[in-house]
Design a protein around this ligand. Sequence first.
Ligand SMILES: [Zn+2]
Length: 310
Amino acid sequence: MRPNFNVGWTAGARQEAPIILQQISPDHTRSGPHAGTDTPRPHDVAVDIGGTSWSVATWRNNGLHLVGSGTTGTASPGDLVELRATFQQACVSAITESPAPLRVGVSFPGSVNSSGVVVAWPNRPLWIGWRLREVLGFPPGVAATMCDDGVAAILGEGMLGVGRGVADFLLVSFGTGIGGGVLLDRRVRPAAHDARTIGHIRALGTDRLCRCGHRGCLQTALETLPDDEGLARQGLTTWPDGMRLVDTLSDLARVLGVPTVVLTGGRLRRSALRQTLTSAMTAAGLRVLVPIDTEGSALLGAFLAKEPLP
Ligand SMILES: [Zn+2]
């Protein structure tokens, strides 16, 4: 059973214009009735490409339907045959079901230039130089939009998920790295895209090298993440980097005046990690929201991506 959803905003990424909240009517659910006419119409097909895994979904009967998912890992983008096949299957399915022009949204963690070529992805540098449309095997002439994965997660959870009705929150996504962003004063921040998001705040007292080339980035805390037994038994006392991570995120939220944190990402399938982070941030005075499907936030937001994919 997925949570109910009822608030949204228009958004995009990789653009200078501010992304501003837009109220929509209630009764919108991921698998239930559609919202009012002011609800942005989700795209027909959504793709989320993460450093660990990818997923493809279609939007049918006013709900998300997962078509398939698989491993991204360190494979060359050209070798992701199953991703291309699944995406093309989803497109064919959507085209068959609706006479309207197909619309596709893509959530992607890296930076893409005006030709649609990946120019930066600190966690997966092998992707640099590849054109996203070719990696996915786009049918010719199909309109597509894209979104930074952190922004997509904010959109997905804020519009359709646990963050509905919340004007300001800090979203932190625990995946291959740590991503996320801020909804502040009804605007998604940062609006301009930079692949180095929350996970690359240099706040750890360590010389550990991050994939971005800097040292001390928050996401390198994941390299010392204890096993579940240790976390469950000792909490953050067994994970000093995690303690610093939580302190930094809590300070950030406090300074910004944002009382709510949304925690998401595939790593939060680990209940010990989920509970440890939730407890620590709650103790820091924050309201913590965690979606039931912590792997689906960016995929959900990809249905609302607005920046054109060249
Ligand atoms: Zn970094």
